[in-house]
Design a protein around this ligand. Sequence first.
Ligand code: LMR
Length: 397
Amino acid sequence: LFSAVELAPRDPILGLNEAFNADSRPTKVNLGVGVYFNEGGKIPLLRAVREAEQARVAAEQPRGYLPIEGIAAYNTAAQTLLLGQSSPLIAEGRVVTAEALGGTGALKIGADFLKRLKPAAKVAISDPSWENHRALFEGAGFEVVSYPYYDGATHGVNFAAMLDALNGYPAGTVVVLHACCHNPTGVDLGEAQWKQIVEVVKARGLVPFLDIAYQGFGDSIEADALAVRLFAAAEVNTFVASSFSKSFSLYGERVGALSIITDTKEEAARVLSQLKRVIRTNYSNPPTHGASIVASILNTPALRATWEQELAEMRDRIRAMRNGLVERLKAAGVDRDFGFVNAQRGMFSYSGLTAAQVDRLREEFGIYAVSTGRICVAALNTRNIDVVANAIAHVIK
Ligand code: LMR
């Protein structure tokens, strides 16, 4: 049966974890996967999470099946975080939200639903985009194209080219947009640009699919939801895949959600019924633990305040690491101006390192990065930052 099965390549991001774990060098640093490590080099267990978990254990809750769409309190909290406390769309019952297995799971159930709805549509992703976007939408049966996004010369967005591409797509094309903290570049659109994107998407009848995995890592929880709220205010039917993996440091619990903006409450009920079919035939219903922790934090004022503070601490520490890296690269005698790293947002920096330089970082120094030059700044700390800066200086000389 399996004699003709080919060996698949390692995943470009998660495959790095495998290689990193197998590396015995004590000075190794994993700048590959998008995970926040604290100053001690550990994935933090947030205080808010710990408290919510203790309360959950004490309550000795049984583990029955959840509804197919997940925990209601979680779904409501997730959509409120995206659309705001006073969202008229939520009040009108026009937003469908289903708990999903992380942001990836949300993208997949959205993609499967869209494939049934718009079988001939193409999906457009940014160039570059998260490594898994293309594979995920192709896996759901779509042809995937890409629209211009990052401009290496300016370390900014080639906005005119992006708009041109969007303007050229036929109605019904699914456009995947990173709502904040663009992965992999760290380069986001500004408010005026988002407004233009919303206008074009609406005018051309495109289907926006927003991916928001880093809400709170850019400027703030509220500010980072700008793109979602602009689409909502424009009453565009929008898909939103959101994730709490990073913002609650609950990577392994697979806490995400798919939210869909519909036109009426009645339409929302029909859309939810179809989503439930997709979920039921994929994994039946979602897990309980992570979502109940997130729901209790978001719905308990004291826990929520603790969480918001911890999220702000993560955001601030990443910013400090960006500054530190830029300074140290300068101090290490690097001519190239790395100041653009300070302007990038979220966990990543598109460093401009070539695939060959990334290979040398790994081989000579045990420093792991994605071959595109994406580095996870959130994995830097005051103990490894000099090693990393000096290694980068070495390979780019
Ligand atoms: C990343 O981009 O590194 C993260 O989103 C983790 C993943 O699933 O790829």
